[in-house]
Design a protein around this ligand. Structure first.
Ligand code: ZN
Length: 229
């Protein structure tokens, strides 16, 4: 009887509405080739006859507004959006239904990443390939990228080359004193570093920040005195 019951429930599971969507996640520090890998996969899907679309965050306007562009100059047309939920509406329902594969670049900027991946892969049968930073400049989880790992078929962590010693780089060091989490920039602001150079670089930058902060306090109090006078 127990076996009969489990056979019944299995057959009802097999007859579900799943359409065979997939989620593939590409993570790593800046300058690790995440966008290049994403473009390669999207182009390969496209050349095997599948309908593809690419989305990037409208926050990132470093290279072009309507294209995903890699640090080494490859480009691919894309939708630059503030969120993912609006994508289906912006593209149009008919076009959305025809889509097989959706690429998402700079995925850390999308707050609705988890819900979008669930719906698109589980319910709509789309293949999602997304690339994003797993950690910010303080090596904390960035946006929702790590939240989608339990949804993923595959996870690829890429590495860069340490700018200071050439060893494999796992982290992104911010070279400037700004402290907000989202600060969009290229090699003028960030560099990929190995663990050793992350720790020594972070110590140097932290002391620079402290000096800058104390200068700011001194300047402020000076201004205040001047104002009183
Ligand atoms: Zn190094």
């Amino acid at each position: 009887m127990a076996a009969f019951k489990s056979a019944l429930s299995l057959s009802s599971i097999n007859g579900g509405h799943g359409k065979g969507g997939e989620v593939h996640v590409i993570i790593g520090p800046m300058f690790a080739g995440k966008t290049t890998d994403l473009l390669r996969r999207i182009k390969s899907e496209g050349s095997s006859g599948r309908n593809v679309a690419m989305i990037k965050s409208s926050k990132d306007t470093r290279y072009a507004k309507d294209s995903v562009v890699t640090h080494d100059g490859l480009r691919f047309p894309c939708w630059a959006l503030p969120d993912l939920t609006s994508f289906q509406h912006k593209l149009g329902n008919d076009e959305y239904q025809k889509l097989d594969v959706i690429g998402i670049d700079e995925a850390q900027f999308f707050e609705d990443l988890y819900d979008f991946c669930c719906k698109a892969a589980d319910h709509d049968g789309k293949t999602i390939i997304l690339a994003g930073l797993d950690g910010d400049y303080l090596r904390r989880s960035f946006g929702s990228v790590l939240d989608v790992i339990p949804l993923a078929d595959t996870v690829t962590k890429l590495t860069a080359r340490c700018k200071l010693c050439g060893k494999r780089a796992f982290f992104t060091l911010r070279k400037t004193a700004e402290t907000q989490t989202e600060l969009i920039g290229g090699s003028d602001v960030y560099m990929p570093v190995c663990r050793q150079h992350y720790l020594s670089g972070q110590a140097v930058i932290q002391s620079t920040r402290t000096v800058l902060e104390s200068c700011k306090v001194q300047t402020d109090s000076h201004t205040e005195v001047a104002a009183v006078v």
